[in-house]
Write a protein that binds this ligand. Sequence first.
Ligand SMILES: N[C@@H](CCC(=O)N[C@@H](CS)C(=O)NCC(=O)O)C(=O)O
Length: 236
Amino acid sequence: MITLHSFPASFDCYSSSPFCTKVAMMLQLSGLAWQRQDLRNPEILAEMPHQKLPVLETPEGKIPDSETIRHWLEAQGAEFFPGLNATEKAHALAWIRMSEHHLQQLVVFARWGDDVIWPEVRDVFFAMVPAPLRDTVSAPVRERVLGGLDFQGMTRYSAAEVEARFEDDFTAIAAVVAEQPFLMGAQLSAADLSVAPFLQAVANMPFDRPLITRLAGDTVLMSYVARVMSAVPLPK
Ligand SMILES: N[C@@H](CCC(=O)N[C@@H](CS)C(=O)NCC(=O)O)C(=O)O
């Protein structure tokens, strides 16, 4: 059976990683038999091809990266762009890249970049580490994550600039899904499987912080996320 190596659930999301949630939804849509294997020991990551998750364990070996997994599932017959022509598929790909390379930074920034909520976030993500050791164990990981955001440039913006950047994304997505059920029209596509989990990952965080409350209070975007999630129910 195919196994999805995933990060565990957090903040009422199927996985703490929107990339893992995306792959779970693709697997569900593919109709293949699959099972979930949650990472409980961070050292197992070192055994993964990119030292990241998701990874799909298949009869052909371990496949890392949600987009490579998408291509593998498509080669097995799955269709994630139903009824779309080449131009529409190009637009869908742009949504995928927007979410996985920009909204992804929002998720990372909201979780790891906020000193006020960090102790609570740390206790969720490092729950497998005994409480007295959590700070020591998480500190170098957080430093690496924030280093990535700094290299990319996100941490060099003011708070107002960060909010404005993501406001543009929220406005763009909402403009489309206010008019139609899914990003590419009446039918769910790969674009939704990327965008919705990233929105959900931020909105589900139970903290009163500007970007989180802004997103969680957006009825158009939250109805859209709920629509996508209920279109592909995932096993608990
Ligand atoms: N491009 C990859 C991104 C996967 C990714 O960034 N996974 C993160 C979790 S959201 C991860 O495994 N991080 C662990 C690490 O970098 O140590 C994909 O599409 O699967």
